[in-house]
Design a protein around this ligand. Structure first.
Ligand code: GDD
Length: 358
């Protein structure tokens, strides 16, 4: 009987197939109790042929996807054909020690937990051979996820879960964050345990993690946390922000040139830019998410964020002009930049938040 299914996504991993399958099947503890499903995304280096050779001698199956390569979609394709109700996901490149397979799957197999994470960041876990920048990226990815899902290693690619949980994953999920989606879909009700593993950097082949995967991860984190940062929204939001800044700084300069005092120029230019910003964001940037013509509570929230930004900008302006004797016409630039962060976070999370499943 197949106790559990091990899903291994692959993209050009020809040199890793023999070592990982040899080590997995050498475990031999309950021989034949698990199957291995390799989900390949159109590797060009002969990976599928290597796997075919194993299909004849061990409980291994190959799933070949023809659509656009995607890690999450590959794992879900593996789940769809799995024969058992307990799934383990791991990388092909031996970065996840196969010898920890039973330790990771045991808490789900015995029914005590819904998800078990092979974790690098709990006592006993660790990382070997990863360059410093990858260690930092991984750490930062984990820290950013911490407030919305309380685990140490939310970006781990080595984890076990009950098969039915896969159906809770958002259809919008893709890329390198299937574990995060799984945890979030459980809405804090899942029993999750972290099992220490030592991650070893690969010796064959190369990582496929790109900047765009990291950007998608960040965007998804923000959306899951309740912010609006879909790509289309972010682009339009930035365009509106830049336009508002031009109005803000332009009007400020004009008023100062015309002899207006610092406070008057600051307040008038700020409110003109804020009115333009709110109208354009409501009607254009966030239009698809908010079809109601006018929302008073939203306007109230917008004004709250605006007042905070106004105070912040006024403080920075006063500090630069009176404390550092920087001319107002120059001081307005860093003052506007300083308020951009407050505006962005306030708008994305408080004024125009989105549905978390989108
Ligand atoms: N089918 C498929 N499609 N497999 C893929 C794809 C894809 O688009 N992209 C990557 N893979 C496979 C790789 O072949 C490898 O087996 C595994 O997914 C991990 O990919 P890597 O590119 O090697 O990831 P990494 O070494 O940078 O790993 C880090 O991030 C991963 C994702 O969270 C580590 O933290 C891993 O533990 C983690 O799984």
């Amino acid at each position: 009987m197949t106790q559990f299914s091990v899903i291994i996504p692959t993209l050009n991993e020809v040199d890793n197939i023999d070592p990982i399958l040899t080590r997995l099947f050498a475990l031999n503890r309950a021989s034949g109790s698990f199957e291995v499903i390799i989900v390949d995304d159109g590797s060009q280096d002969g990976t599928p042929d290597k796997v075919h050779a194993w299909e004849e001698k061990a409980n291994v199956r190959l799933v070949e996807r023809k659509s656009k390569p995607d890690l999450t979609a590959s794992i879900l394709a593996g789940v769809a054909v799995a024969k058992s109700n307990v799934i383990v996901v791991m990388d092909a490149d031996l970065s996840h020690p196969p010898e920890r397979l039973y330790a990771v799957v045991a808490p789900v197999l015995d029914g005590s937990h819904d998800v078990a994470i092979g974790s690098r960041y709990v006592p006993g876990g660790g990382i070997e051979g990863w360059p410093l920048h990858r260690q930092w990226l991984s750490r930062i990815g984990g820290w950013l996820a911490r407030p919305i899902c309380d685990v140490s290693d939310a970006t781990s690619g080595f984890f076990a879960f009950r098969r039915e949980l896969a159906s809770t994953i958002s259809e919008h999920a893709h890329g390198y964050k299937i574990l995060l989606e799984l945890l979030l879909a459980g809405q804090g009700k899942l029993k999750v345990v972290e099992v220490p593993i030592c991650f070893h950097d690969r010796t064959h082949g190369s990582s496929k993690l790109s900047f765009s995967h990291q950007w998608i991860y960040l965007q998804r984190l923000m959306t899951l946390a309740g912010g609006s940062v879909a790509i289309g929204t972010a682009n339009r939001y930035v365009a509106v922000g830049l336009f508002s800044i031009i109005i803000d700084i332009g009007l400020f300069q004009l008023l100062i040139y015309s002899g207006a005092g610092l406070s008057l120029a600051h307040i008038m230019s700020f409110f003109a830019a804020t009115a333009v910003n709110y109208t354009l964001n409501l009607k254009w940037s966030f239009q698809s998410q908010h079809s109601d013509p006018l929302r008073w509570h939203q306007l109230g929230r917008f004004l709250t964020v605006s007042v905070m930004a106004l105070l912040m900008r006024g403080g920075v302006l006063a500090w630069l002009v009176y404390g550092w004797h920087i001319p107002p016409l120059l001081a307005i630039f860093p003052a506007v930049a300083a308020t951009a962060a407050i505006n962005y976070l306030g708008h994305a999370f408080y004024v125009f938040p989105v549905n978390k499943n989108s």
